[in-house]
Write a protein that binds this ligand. Structure first.
Ligand code: SAM
Ligand code: SF4
Ligand code: SF4
Length: 352
């Protein structure tokens, strides 16, 4: 759900939400399907054989996505991330990357174009993604041990495939490359140090993410969360760490460097240190609904007006009105709340 980028470029100052947060990041889910069944995201009991995924006609086309993306850039978005589901399962996604890479802001600058993938299908695609204009890539990898990886991803996928994908991305020049690891207590805590050892001195930034209560199906309990603080202490005991300044205001990952020059790591403390006050993200689901928060229960449909022939000005107004009324700060309220919303939207549907 998170990503870093260098100093946020200037953007139209006007569009802020009800809590004075600007609109800067757009996450686009390009498919609700995935070839893994990570237990914290798409548990097989729910996303099994009988689960009904979206049909082709329901998906926004690449042309529709690109048109919407242009409107967002007009409104101040400076960074677009493709996610899912598994974005590499969307047939010909490179063509979408190419179209989005052509989008320019009012000063003629391209947006930052990133993707989050599970990496299993990346080895053969890294070069074409780079050639299509992808600027940044994040690969999710929760374990180096095959057994642990298979049990978290509830699949027969092999860690070696993901590592091959990461190597191909590095070779293709997709830098800076990041690896995201969700840590769940009693499941992959033992993988923290092996992952750190593996990615030190590689130029790849490893980031640990607290297990979140997204969706309604992953059986989340606060007890399952290993805090960012706990993760850092574990690493610091073996490899002393020093804090780094954020790359830009509002960066969700807290950055640390190895004191011995081994590189950088990050932690994303979405549960224990909520960062809603700086959240500048909007999410577009595979079927064209806008979500102003990862934990939203309802989206705002953009596909119907888009397909009904509304012009750019009308669509821009819809988006601007939605953002202007935004008050979401779920993570900040989570700790205080005794009753949380009963049904939230699934992450595989709106993109992490
Ligand atoms: N399939 C791609 C992947 O796994 O990278 C992209 C979509 S996935 C929903 C995006 C990110 O969300 C992944 O890094 C994943 O680990 C993270 N994620 C999913 N469920 C999560 C949860 N309950 N808590 C924290 N992170 C989660
Ligand atoms: Fe698929 Fe990514 Fe969710 Fe895992 S985290 S089930 S790879 S969408
Ligand atoms: Fe943003 Fe919602 Fe996450 Fe808060 S809980 S950081 S508002 S997506």
């Amino acid at each position: 759900m998170t990503e870093a980028h260098p100093a946020t470029p200037s953007a139209p100052p006007s569009l802020v939400d009800a809590l004075q947060r600007p609109l800067r990041d757009l996450r686009i889910s390009v498919t609700d399907r995935c070839n893994l069944r990570c237990t914290y995201c798409m548990p097989r009991e729910v996303f099994g054989k009988s689960f009904v995924f979206l049909q082709r006609a329901e998906l926004l086309s690449f042309e529709e996505i690109t048109r919407v993306a242009r409107l967002f850039v007009d409104l101040g978005v400076r960074k677009i991330r493709l996610s899912g589901g598994e974005p590499l399962l969307r047939h010909g996604v490179e063509r979408l990357v190419e179209q989005l890479a052509g989008v320019r802001d009012a000063d003629g600058r391209p947006v930052e174009l990133a993707m989050t993938t599970n990496g299993t299908l990346l080895a053969a695609r890294a070069r074409s993604l780079k050639d299509a204009g992808l600027t940044r890539l994040t690969v999710s990898l929760d374990a180096l041990d095959d057994g642990v990886f298979r049990s978290i991803s509830d699949s027969g996928a092999a860690v070696g495939k993901v590592l091959e994908g990461i190597a191909a991305a590095q070779a293709a020049g997709l830098a800076p490359l990041k690896v995201n690891t969700v840590v769940k207590r009693g499941v992959n805590e033992g993988e923290i140090l092996p992952l750190v050892r593996h990615f030190r001195h590689t130029g790849i930034v490893l980031r640990f993410i607290e297990f979140m209560d997204v969706g309604s199906t992953n059986g989340w309990r606060l007890d399952d969360v290993v805090s960012a603080q706990g993760i850092l202490e574990r690493i610091d005991r073996e490899y002393p760490l020093r804090p780094l300044e954020p790359n830009y205001p509002g960066e969700v990952a807290r950055r640390w460097e190895f004191a011995d020059g081994g590189g950088e790591i990050g932690v994303i403390a979405s549960v224990t240190q909520a960062f809603c006050h700086e959240c500048s993200r909007l999410r577009l689901s595979t079927d064209g609904k806008l979500y102003t928060c990862l934990f939203a229960a309802e989206g705002t449909d953009l596909r119907a007006p888009l397909r009904a022939g509304e012009d750019d000005a009308q669509l821009r107004r819809r988006i601007a009105d939605l953002w202007a009324g935004r008050t979401d700060r779920y993570s900040q309220l989570r700790r205080a709340a005794t009753e949380l919303p009963v049904r939230k939207i699934e992450m595989s549907y709106i993109g992490g």
